[in-house]
Design a protein around this ligand. Structure first.
Ligand code: SIN
Length: 479
């Protein structure tokens, strides 16, 4: 496929770098075909990027927020203008259905546009002084070089959600996309270059060895902040490696989202929200529903409607615009899903829809009832199109099941009772709560979790704070 936005090497200091002796292949998860071969920049390109970003930071931070905003705006326009080509790259390398890829391009561009504005509002404070001869001022300044380590499931939006606030605040950035999906990141670098970011302000380093490159970024004293989206396991490693330099960290890690359906819920709305949240990107998002928890009075009705909705899915290559369930990212993802389903069946789970892999690329949308808390899929992130359904009889029981997890990213529930809505929302131990809503992500609201789902918030007015240091200035002897 001819796509003018496909590049095959790292972008560092405004240059497409041919340094790196080896190459690695990027494959289409829908059929295993090679899409492209990319130069593995490895640790040496990572070190070069740190150096370049550090030099670029010194001048970028001196520019005005308005100037940075103009370039960010331009980048956002270019992303939208190139939506067709970008969406195709996203679908090719992540498998995501093309309509979801188009939405991701808009979603990704929305962060750039939002932070182009927010960058102009990083206000400080004047503190009423404790003595007559002093004046106390607080200003906010960019933290410095930022490394964004990003996943394959949102190869565009997870980059813009991290780097737009950083760039708007005056930081320079190094993007380390996952080796499964480097192409979208490189296309973004090309558009950033066209938008007018000076050399070294945005760098994209690609390579096959994520842990070696990540370690260099974490251990460098020049990198002042890491923002990572991925597994809790890797988040802990990055945190440990960053401890030497006492780096700031934003970690958006795993989830185990509950979706409670109370007996007073509008069941049709709940099914619609369930489908949207559980099966988005074939179940491969951090905020996909992991556990349905349904009141006994509406259990049968909810399940029968959910089964009907699931049976309407079209599974296949995401390039087909009719498809709404694409492939899993790779064979280990298929194997993991299979092992979770086998474990559930062994422990008493009943398959009501799907229940198996179609081949080595696709897993059927699956519904399992008779679920209990001993099952793997009740405790671990499934990250696949499998919907386990619990039954409950009291609010307390539902909340206990929902909170009985080490994770705390997203949660959802459906009820028409306003008092219950307030109380349950307050009791759920999660960073985000969808109330009668299954799709909660937007650039204007804070995205992030608590517990082992990480810390820091992305998007919204809060999202830029993680890229700013607070400086207190005390003016004395004012007489
Ligand atoms: C994620 O899966 O990490 C991101 C999901 C979203 O932004 O909606």
């Amino acid at each position: 496929m001819k796509n003018e936005l496909i590049f095959d090497r790292s972008y560092v200091n405004g240059i497409w770098s041919s340094s790196g002796k080896k190459t690695f292949n990027v494959y289409n998860p829908a059929n295993g075909e090679k899409i492209s071969s990319v130069i593995d920049g490895g640790t040496s390109i990572t070190k070069k990027a740190i150096k370049a970003a550090n030099i670029a930071f010194k001048t970028w931070k001196e520019t005005t927020a308005k100037h940075r905003s103009t370039i960010l705006e331009k980048w956002s326009h270019l992303i939208i203008r190139n939506s067709n080509q970008l969406s195709k790259i996203i679908t090719l390398e992540s498998g995501k259905p093309i309509n979801e890829s188009k939405s991701e391009v808009n979603y990704g561009a929305s962060f750039v546009k939002w932070f182009a504005e927010e960058g102009k509002r990083t206000y400080g404070d004047i503190i009423p002084s404790h003595t007559n001869d002093r004046r106390l001022i607080v200003i906010k300044q960019p933290v410095g070089v930022v490394a964004a380590i990003t996943p394959w499931n949102f190869p565009l939006a997870m980059i813009t959600r991290k780097v737009s606030p950083a760039l708007a605040a005056g930081c320079s950035v190094i993007i380390r996309p996952t080796e499964e999906s480097p192409l979208t990141a490189l296309a973004l670098a090309y558009l950033a270059d066209k938008a007018g970011f000076p050399p070294g302000v945005i760098n994209v380093v690609v390579g096959k060895n994520p842990s070696a490159m990540g370690k260099i970024l974490c251990e460098s004293n020049l990198v002042k902040k890491i923002s990572f989206t991925g597994s809790t396991r890797v988040g802990k490693i990055l945190m440990k490696q960053s401890s030497y330099s006492l780096k700031k960290l934003s970690l958006e890690l795993g989830g185990n989202a509950p979706f409670i359906v109370f007996d007073d819920a509008n069941i049709d709305n709940a099914v619609e929200g369930a489908i949207a949240s559980k099966f988005r990107n074939s179940g491969q998002t951090c905020i996909c529903v992991n556990r349905f928890i349904v009141h006994e009075k509406v259990y049968d009705e909810f399940l029968s409607k959910l089964i009907l909705a699931v049976e309407k899915f079209k599974i296949g290559n995401g390039m087909d615009s009719e498809v709404n369930i694409g492939p899993m990212i790779n064979s280990s993802a298929i194997k993991k899903t299979e092992s979770f389903v086998e474990d559930a069946i062994k422990k008493g789970g009943k398959i009501l829809a799907g229940g198996k892999a179609l081949n080595k690329f696709f897993y059927e949308p699956t519904i399992i009832s008779n679920v209990n808390t001993n099952m793997k899929l009740a405790n671990e992130e499934i990250f696949g199109p499998v919907a386990p359904v619990f039954k409950f009889s009291t609010d307390k029981e539902a909340i206990n099941i929902a909170n009985d997890t080490i994770y705390g990213l997203a949660s959802y529930f459906y009820s028409q009772n306003i008092s219950r809505c307030w109380k349950v929302a307050e009791k759920l131990e999660y960073g985000m709560v969808g109330i009668n809503e299954g799709l909660i992500s937007t650039e204007i609201a804070p995205f992030g979790g608590i517990k082992l789902s990480g810390h820091g918030r992305e998007g919204s007015k809060y999202g830029i704070e993680d890229y700013l240091d607070i400086k207190y200035m005390c003016f004395g002897n004012i007489i």
